[in-house]
Structure formats: C-alpha cells, structure tokens
Design a protein around this ligand. Structure first.
Ligand code: FES
Length: 123
C-alpha cells in the first residue's frame, strides 16, 4: 500500500467516543484512552454530581505515575478529593488542583471533552 493510501485509511477511520455517558454515573470517575497531541494517553474522566463531565491526563504531577490503583479504580477521600494511589496527593475535582500532598499547588493537566449523542468525546 502506498504511503498516501495508509494516511487516507487512518483519516477515514471512524472516530470513537471515550466512553458512553451511561457508563459514568454522577460523581463517578473512569479511565479511558484517547489520542492527545498525537499519542494515546490514559485519561481520567469525571462526571460531577451536577452532570458536568471533565477529563485530565491520568498522570500525577508529582512523579508522573497513574493516579488509579488498578485501571479505572480511583481513590476518593471522604471530602470528595481524588487521591493519587502512589503517594497520596489529593486533587479537587472542579479544576484538578492538588490541595494536599507532595505536589500541592500543581494541577492535573486538563483535556477538553464534550458530551454528544450520549457519549463523552475528546473536544
Ligand atoms: S505520583 Fe502521585 S503523589 Fe506521587
């Protein structure tokens, strides 16, 4: 296959959502994979109690590790903070700011998403 043919095949591939909205209950977190700046990344997807959906790279600003203790299994504090499973940094879920722990003051890297047709998509 000629180089142009491969490129055409890739761009013709149908886009897929990160996940279906009904897989993400209000207040829940999920892990998904999506292409960000040309590479496939693990993402944290969160639907807040009011229904707003946000996403961040699943990369802790402290040591660059995933925040989940197993794929898609996230720790929440009793105060509703997202807690990194590696060293316990705690992040507020409105903006991803670390409010306690070894990277206090730093933030998760936000990834723009939209809800469309009952699913969450990269924006
Ligand atoms: S890698 Fe997350 S707190 Fe250290």
């Amino acid at each position: 296959m000629a180089r142009e043919d491969v490129s055409e095949a890739l761009t013709a591939a149908p886009a897929r959502p990160l996940l279906a909205l009904d897989e993400l209950a209000a207040g829940a977190f999920a892990a998904a994979e999506g292409a960000v700046e040309g590479s496939v990344e693990s993402l944290i997807v969160h639907r807040d109690p009011a229904g707003a959906v946000r996403a961040w790279l699943n990369v802790c600003p402290h040591a660059g590790r995933r925040l989940d203790w197993a794929p898609g299994k996230f720790i929440l504090s009793k105060d509703g903070l997202l807690v990194c499973a590696v060293h316990g940094a705690s992040f507020e879920t409105a903006g991803g700011l670390c409010t306690a722990g070894p990277c206090r003051g730093e933030s998760l890297r936000a990834v723009a998403v939209v809800v469309r047709d009952g699913a969450v998509w990269l924006a």
